[in-house]
Design a protein around this ligand. Structure first.
Ligand code: UT7
Length: 327
């Protein structure tokens, strides 16, 4: 039993924040940000926009491109670390905005590889007999709400955005070919959000100590990201009995151009086989891969039969890859 993406869409907020804008408010430079990360600008949600607003816009585009009506959806899953609120799930808020009821809707959290984990989850759900035939998966973040605007180590990296995919059961040769997921909780403290959960509930103290903002030991995260992005890509290829030469497109998580380049080099791929948009959006965590796929679709870059390799790494640590035949 296979699963195939039949429509993909994305939404990014209008507000563009450039490196030059950041130079004015913190001790950083365009030169540092571009050479160390590849980022030139990113999008910020407006104060009245929450995650479900971005998700709804991305979902509308994906549904229209798929030719699927909201009422034809059997399940909605949102992958995010920045939900509107702890509960109800952002997926339920999106369901309401889409004007449908009485379908399962829930959020899942796997940080940056959330969309990759979500594809595996959808593959499982859609294989449960005839219970679910059509699913909506959204990878989406409003990271600017959890990043410390005064911390130059993280504030230059992240942006907001949303990407959505409509998936169906499909027994043809198109769709997901192989998947691989991994994780290592021992390293969770290298990239985390200390306060606001049950371990450290929000208090005056946590706010004073800026513990409701994400913390990252960038250099150490970088090392693990390089290792697991490379390894995940090789594992899904091996599972499929394919080699790097078979890949039409590598679509990596957009966290750092140097991580993307190292993954590309390990696979021996030329730059023109890798989709990169980190310069425009920065790191949008779970949204980065579906935004990339949607842009590629809009530009006519994805052709029926293309072999597309998705690979990601993030907080947890979590990592994973999906190999698919586009169509
Ligand atoms: O998406 C989830 C996974 N996340 C990632 O994969 C991110 C992985 N990590 C990275 O991408 C990189 O580690 C960063 C981009 C976060 C940082 O790059 P780096 O080359 O590892 O820099 P660093 O943290 O080792 O810092 C080097 C220097 C430091 O100065 P000193 O101590 O050498 O004097 C930093 O203080 O760069 C300084 N620095 C900055 N300078 C100007 C850090 N941030 C900035 C900044 N502007 N924004």
């Amino acid at each position: 039993m296979g699963v195939r993406i039949i429509g993909i869409g994305h939404y990014v907020p209008d507000k563009v924040v450039t490196n030059q804008d950041l130079e004015k408010i913190m001790d950083t430079s365009d030169e540092w940000i571009v050479t160390r990360t590849g980022i030139k600008e990113r999008r910020y949600a407006s104060p009245d926009q929450a995650n479900s607003d971005l998700s709804y816009e991305a979902a509308r585009v994906a549904l229209a491109r798929a030719g699927v009506r909201p009422q034809d959806l059997d399940v909605i899953v949102v992958a995010t670390v920045t939900p509107d609120m702890s509960f109800p799930a952002t997926a339920c808020l999106v369901q309401a905005r889409l004007g449908i009821r009485e379908r399962p809707c829930f959020d899942m959290e796997a940080a940056c590889p959330g969309f990759i984990y979500g594809l595996e989850l959808m593959r499982g759900l859609l294989s449960l007999g005839d219970t679910y035939r059509t699913g909506l998966l959204i990878g989406t973040e409003v990271l600017t709400r959890i990043m410390d605007p005064l911390d130059r180590n993280t504030a230059v990296l992240f942006g907001d955005g949303s990407g959505a995919a409509v998936l169906v059961k499909d027994d043809s040769e198109f769709g997901i070919i192989s998947t691989y997921l991994g994780g290592d909780g021992e390293l969770g403290n290298l990239l985390y959000l200390p306060a606001g959960g049950s371990r450290m509930p929000t208090s005056e103290e946590t706010i004073k100590n800026r513990q409701h903002y994400l913390k990252m030991k960038g250099r150490e995260v970088f090392r693990h990201a390089v290792q697991w992005m490379q390894q995940s890509a090789l594992i899904v290829l091996e599972k499929a009995g394919m080699s790097p030469e078979d890949i039409t497109w590598l679509v990596p998580h957009q966290a750092n151009i140097r991580i993307i380049d190292s993954t590309r080099e390990k696979l021996g791929l030329p730059p023109e086989k890798v989709y990169v948009n980190i310069d425009k959006y920065g790191n949008t965590s779970a949204a980065s891969i579906p935004i990339a796929l949607s842009e590629m679709q809009e530009k006519g870059l994805l052709k029926k039969g293309d072999i597309v390799l998705l690979v990601s790494f993030g907080a947890g640590f979590t990592w994973g890859a999906v190999l698919m035949r586009w169509g």
